[in-house]
Design a protein around this ligand. Sequence first.
Ligand code: MN
Length: 230
Amino acid sequence: MMKNMTIVIMACCMALALKTAVVNAQESVYVFEPLPHAFDALEPHIDAQTMEIHYSRHHRGYFNNMLNALRGTELDGQSLESLFAKISKLPVELRNNAGGHWNHTMFWNMMSPHGGGKPTGDLAKAIDSSFGSFEAFKQQFSQAAGTRFGSGWVWLCVDTEGMLFVSSTANQDNPLMDVASTRGTPILALDVWEHAYYLKYQNKRGSYVDAFWKVVNWPEVARRYSTAKT
Ligand code: MN
């Protein structure tokens, strides 16, 4: 009796240790990063309540669901970028939730309380040569945001030639995925799901896009551009 109990207890301990090891392995690859600014830092353009719900509930939900979708599979531990490159062959829950996690991690860094204005340096030159002017780029990006039907994202991407282009994806897809109609390396991201703006702007997506331009973190976009083109 005692012997059986000991075996049961040992088995439980081993199972627990194994589970902890798996969770730790996941945590070393997949990270729910802290928000780079306070919830109210982007006021009045993006309100604190939206930021809190968006980050703490929506993004956290994608992250947790992604971990659940990966747990116990041979995909667990692979980089998100490598999963995106073959996402058409993987379960849709992974596509939605890994996309949701990656996209939001990028999105939080797209906005800064010191943001807005215009890009400078190499990025400004690349925008001019790809779109004609910053205003022309802004118009194209805003139009893509306004015409994305339902939920999705708008992107500024670098292509394999180093040129920039604007694209839009549905749901939580992104331009790194093999399902994207135009693939590239995203350097600017805008979430146009209603959960990103409904509390403050209701159905006025255009007002939300106008507000986004006032907080865009151009130095971060420029950093991503310089990494992407090398
Ligand atoms: Mn979102």
